[in-house]
Write a new protein. Structure first.
Length: 329
């Protein structure tokens, strides 16, 4: 994954020498908000009003951060209101490309541009930073609203309610403090922990990351032994943020990122929980396992220099999950 420096592309990987072999994720650069009336959001400028057919997403089916945005687009009835371009699963010297010569990749359906970096430059000609997905694009002003997935899903959760009539709330006000606490642990040790394990370049950094990851997996398994969802009997944002990582665990992270103390299917409660969320209306349509497996194994030359795509187990994602009888702890 390269980066833009003052609008110019540089094919440079993360420099772990400066961080003791530890992978450090870049911060999102665009932090504006869509609101029902265009008022400023919690961490950015206003002016972006929730309207049908105004916004567009650039996503990768492989990326868990983009995936949770696609899930919220489906959950909140936005699939016919917000259009999508899907990048090619291979991310090589040019970063994410908008080629359409792979099943499921659409190309750039707005402008026909060849590279995702071109979208960043279109928004800001001298932009610097990593070229990441998802991108939430405003077709009206032709700029990036946000490239921070955690904030995009909160926009989708409520900003378009009056447009769609869908008032499902995955970020209920009375639960926000507890959700944030759970989100923080899961993000640091699991969502990002798989990358901290897989991209570590010292034994110390790997051990630190992978041990914290499996401490959290054990904690989640115990937590889900007495409750149907992370916060009790109500599915919330915390569940959708977590499950994007779980969908990828056995097929990619277990082998490719050396997160191999145990598999997801070795955790009875976590595995049943993951199947339930996969079977949630609209969610399975956002999952593309081919792009997931292809991207990680083909793109990460430092981990898999021969780009061998492994033979993976056949997993029955539609098997009964038996979670309905669990209630809040």
């Amino acid at each position: 994954m390269g980066q833009l420096v003052n609008g110019k592309w540089e094919d440079t990987w993360y420099d772990t020498k400066k961080s003791g072999g530890r992978f450090v994720r870049s911060t999102a650069k665009f932090r504006n908000w869509i609101t029902a009336d265009g008022a400023p959001g919690p961490s950015g400028d206003g002016g972006f009003i929730a309207e049908a057919d105004r916004y567009h997403l650039y996503v990768s089916y492989a990326c868990p951060w983009a995936h949770r945005v696609l899930m919220f687009r489906a959950l909140k009835g936005l699939t016919n209101l917000i259009t999508v371009s899907v990048v090619h699963p291979d991310m090589l010297t040019d970063g994410w490309t908008l080629s359409d010569d792979y099943p499921g990749a659409t190309g750039d359906t707005l402008y026909g541009l060849p590279y995702l970096r071109d979208i960043y430059i279109k928004a800001l000609s001298d932009v610097s930073g990593r070229v990441t997905v998802p991108i939430l694009w405003d077709k009206k002003t032709q700029t990036i609203v946000s490239n921070e997935s955690s904030e995009i899903i909160r926009m989708f959760n409520s900003a378009f309610n009056e447009v769609t009539g869908n008032t499902d709330d995955y970020w209920p006000e009375e639960m926000r403090g507890d959700i944030e606490s759970v989100n923080e642990r899961i993000y640091e040790t699991l969502n990002n922990g798989v990358y901290r394990s897989g991209f570590a370049t010292t034994q110390e950094a790997y051990d630190e990351a992978v041990n914290a990851l499996f401490d959290t997996m054990d904690w989640l398994e115990q937590r889900l032994s007495t409750r149907r969802y992370l916060m009790g009997d109500r599915v919330t944002e915390a569940d959708w943020r977590l499950v994007a990582t779980l969908f990828r665990f056995d097929l990619v992270y277990h082998l490719h990122f050396k997160c191999n103390r145990a598999r997801l299917i070795d955790y009875p409660n976590l595995w049943a929980y993951t199947r339930e969320l996969y079977q949630w209306p609209g969610v399975a349509e956002t999952v593309n396992f081919d792009h997931i497996v292809r991207h990680y194994h083909y793109s990460h030359e430092t981990i898999n220099p021969h780009r061998i795509i492994p033979t993976n187990p056949v997993i029955d994602w539609n098997a009964p999950h038996g979670r309905a009888s669990l209630k809040a702890a």
